[in-house]
Design a protein around this ligand. Structure first.
Ligand code: CTP
Ligand code: MG
Length: 234
C-alpha cells in the first residue's frame, strides 16, 4: 500500500532571523519551533513516518527530549548547502534505509511553519492523494502587487489574477521528486514544486490560509507565538 511520509528539512541557519541559534530551535511557547511541525505531522494517522533532516554540524537537536515522537520520528544528519539539497539528501537516505517505496507520497514541510493545522494537512492529503502529479498548500495573493526597481520605485502594478503564494507541505511521489530535484541540481530552486514544474508538470494548488506562514523575520516569531498561545488556551 502507498504510504505517506513526512520530510522536514531543518538544516538551515535562519540568517534572516538574525539570531545565532538556528530559527528552528528558537523558543515558541514551551518548545523549540520545529516541535510544532513534528507534532502536527506525527499526530496524523495517515502519516507513517516523520523524517527530520539536520545539518551534519547541528549542535542543538540533542538538547531536547523527542521521546514522545519515537514511534514515527527518524533523524537524518545529511542536510546540504541549500534547502533543495537537504530535501534530496533526505530522500536518498530514506531510500538507502529501505524506508520508502518509489510511489510513496512524500510531504515536505518547512521546520519554520509551526502553525500548520491538522485541517490544512488533511485537506492537502485528500485533494492530492489521487493526483497524477502531486500538489501543495498555497494561498491566493491578497495584496496589490508592485514590480519595483533597484531604487525601490514602482515600475508597474502586476495583475494579482491567478497568483498564489506557495506554502508547505508540498506532496509528491518519492521517485518523481528525486528525479525532479536531481535534474534541477545547482539551479535556484526554493521549493519542490519548482523542480516538478521544470519537468513540464503542473502541481495542484490546494487552498490554504495565512496561518500557515513561514517564520522568516523576528516579527514573524512574535506572530507565531500569539497563534500558538491562543491555541494552547482554546
Ligand atoms: N533548510 C534546509 N537546508 C538548508 C536551508 C534551509 O534544510 N541548507 C530548511 C530550513 O531549516 C527551513 C526550510 O528549509 O526549515 C525553509 O527554509 P528557510 O525558511 O529559508 O530557512 P533558512 O534557510 O534557515 O533561513 P534563511 O534563508 O533566512 O537563512
Ligand atoms: Mg533559506
Amino acid at each position: 500500500m502507498t504510504k505517506f511520509i513526512a520530510l522536514i528539512p531543518a538544516a538551515g541557519s535562519g540568517s534572516r532571523m538574525g539570531n545565532a541559534l538556528p530559527k528552528q530551535y528558537l523558543t515558541l511557547g514551551n518548545h523549540p519551533m520545529i516541535y510544532y511541525a513534528i507534532k502536527t505531522l506525527s499526530s496524523n494517522a495517515n502519516i507513517a513516518k516523520v523524517f527530520v533532516v539536520l545539518s551534519p554540524e547541528d549542535q542543538d537537536w540533542d538538547h531536547y527530549d523527542w521521546h514522545e515522537f519515537s514511534a514515527k520520528l527518524i533523524v537524518l544528519n545529511c542536510g546540504g548547502a541549500t534547502r533543495a539539497e537537504s530535501v534530496c539528501n533526505g530522500l536518498l537516505a530514506m531510500q538507502q534505509n529501505n524506508a520508502v517505496d518509489t510511489q510513496d507520497w512524500i510531504l515536505v514541510h518547512d521546520a519554520a511553519r509551526p502553525c500548520l493545522t491538522t485541517l490544512q494537512l488533511d485537506k492537502l492529503i485528500e485533494e492530492v492523494c489521487e493526483d497524477p502529479v502531486g500538489g501543495l498548500l498555497a494561498v491566493p495573493a491578497a495584496d496589490t502587487l508592485k514590480r519595483g526597481d533597484a531604487k525601490h520605485r514602482i515600475v508597474r502594478t502586476e495583475s494579482r489574477e491567478n497568483i498564489w503564494q506557495a506554502q508547505t507541505p508540498q506532496m509528491f511521489r518519492h521517485e518523481l521528486l528525486v528525479k525532479a530535484l536531481q535534474q534541477t541540481e545547482g539551479k535556484m530552486i526554493t521549493d519542490e514544486a519548482s523542480a516538478i514544474e521544470a519537468m513540464g508538470l503542473s502541481p495542484k494548488l490546494v487552498i490554504s490560509d495565512s496561518y500557515n506562514f513561514k517564520v522568516t523575520y523576528p516579527q514573524d516569531l512574535a506572530l507565531a507565538e500569539l497563534i500558538i498561545y491562543k491555541r494552547s488556551i482554546a
